[in-house]
Design a protein. Structure first.
Length: 286
């Protein structure tokens, strides 16, 4: 049976509802959702779900696309259109679609979708047998070595940095720098040593980072892989980030405090130059 789903003001057969690949829900997990149970065609705890939806949207600064009354009507309507007796209504609102950028445009039009799922909620056999569980460390989201699209926090942080007149964010955990919002972060300390955080699940294993470290060593720059603090970064001679889009870019201040001279440093400039030269020499064409 083809369900009738809701997408941005339209009722459509489920196979015809399409969302852009540029949707920020798809690219940045920049979306919120609710799941409401339906029994005998009636909504359970709708007010609670509607209130939490509003809280989630407010927290992300996504506007509520419809009024509270319209939201309730849409729930009743989707239940009726699908003849749903028992099951779930799934609702998702993303910030909307635009070209990929961690920093998003203000006033985007949200993407609003809803669908139903026919599930026998009352006759759940597990109510008789009980559930078997396994325990796991709560790693939500502690696996930054995986290049997942779970980029919501990074995107919001970069947006906040921009609102505060900064270019990017350097994340700190347990007193030590992990990385920038979408790049690895490194310093050149007072002794001229390139200090960079070792690979772990605390940071993405940057491809550019690896290439730059190899080139630095070839250029007789000592490299030390260990965690370092904001204070150590502020006391460094130079700091820089690396990523596929930035290559090697100098960092001149953190929280308004200058690093070194407060200007891009010579070793960073050299690393940028040799990285680009090396990459261009090795770049593959068709
Ligand atoms: N970001 N750390 C994070 C959190 C990143 O998102 C990235 C890359 C890097 C650097 O990885 P690499 O050198 O492999 O690009 C480190 C890309 C450029 C992005 O999201 O646009």
């Amino acid at each position: 049976m083809t369900r009738i789903v809701y997408l941005n003001g339209q009722w459509l057969p489920e196979t015809e509802a399409k969302v852009s690949i540029f949707d920020r829900g798809y690219m940045f997990a920049d979306a919120v959702y609710e799941v409401t149970a339906v029994i005998d065609g009636k909504l359970l705890d709708h007010a609670g779900h509607a209130a939490r939806l509003k809280r989630s949207l407010d927290a992300l600064g996504i506007p509520m696309p419809v009024s509270e009354e319209a939201l309730t009507d849409l729930h009743h309507e989707i239940v009726a259109r699908n003849g749903l007796d028992q099951g779930l209504v799934y609702l998702q609102i993303s910030r909307g679609a635009e070209d990929r950028n961690f920093v998003f445009s203000e006033g985007m039009t949200p993407t609003f979708s809803m669908f139903t799922q026919d599930v026998p909620l009352l006759a759940n056999p597990k109510a008789e047998t009980g559930l078997k569980m396994v325990s796991m460390p709560d790693g939500r989201w502690a696996n930054r070595q995986i290049k997942t699209v779970q980029l919501l926090y990074s995107s919001l942080a970069k947006m906040e940095a921009k609102r505060n007149g900064a270019d990017d964010v350097v994340f700190v955990e347990d007193g030590f720098i992990t990385e920038a919002s979408s790049a690895n972060f490194h310093i050149i300390n007072g002794s001229g040593v390139l200090v960079t955080r070792p690979l772990s699940n605390a940071l993405l294993h940057g491809i550019t980072r690896a290439a730059v470290l190899t080139l630095a060593q070839k250029a007789d720059l000592a490299v030390e892989e260990r965690a370092f603090s904001i204070e150590e970064a502020l006391a460094a001679k130079e700091a820089f980030i690396t990523s596929a889009g930035a290559f090697v870019l100098p960092v001149v201040s953190i929280d308004g405090m200058a690093i070194g001279s407060g200007k891009p440093g010579p070793l960073t400039a050299k690393l940028r130059r040799i990285y680009i030269e090396d990459q261009l020499a090795k770049a593959i064409g068709r």
